[in-house]
Design a protein around this ligand. Sequence first.
Ligand code: ZN
Length: 181
Amino acid sequence: MYCVDSHGSDIDHFWPKATYPDRAFVWSNMLLCCTECGRFKGNRFPLSNAGQPMLVDPSAEDPWEHLDFDPDTGNLTARYLANCGAPSPKGEHTVKTLKLDRREGMAAGYRRTYLRMEACVRKALTEDAIELQKLAQDLQRADDHGLLGWCLGPVGARLEPFAELRRRAPDAWDAWTASVQ
Ligand SMILES: [Zn+2]
């Protein structure tokens, strides 16, 4: 949870049990997270004025609605919402609380995953007829960070080689985009 770095080792209470003891034994409040995320989050749990959590709950919502990925650095940042003309407030709170824009090890892992996924697409694009089913499997296998949703999203889809894939196989692209959302 939170950093999606596949090293879940701790149980995190989304609503911190120190502040909300009545939620301590609620299954849906228990998320698997890594030691670092657990340490950064601690009892930090920002709420909106209406009392809604301002951290992304990855078990209930798509993190890419609030977060963006920087393929050059591997960092996560708050997603810019064009319709609001501002970054997602939930994204901002999540990045700040979990320090998702300043974790070297995590960013390096994201970079490696992204490069692996890029390589899968580049390889598939060298074929005259793209084997889409095989590519989908390869991408899934390479995706240790749940990045596919970002790659197929508004920002990732503009970058090569994903943009070329979209041009070459528009029907498959639309089907994939629908299936990850
Ligand atoms: Zn983590």
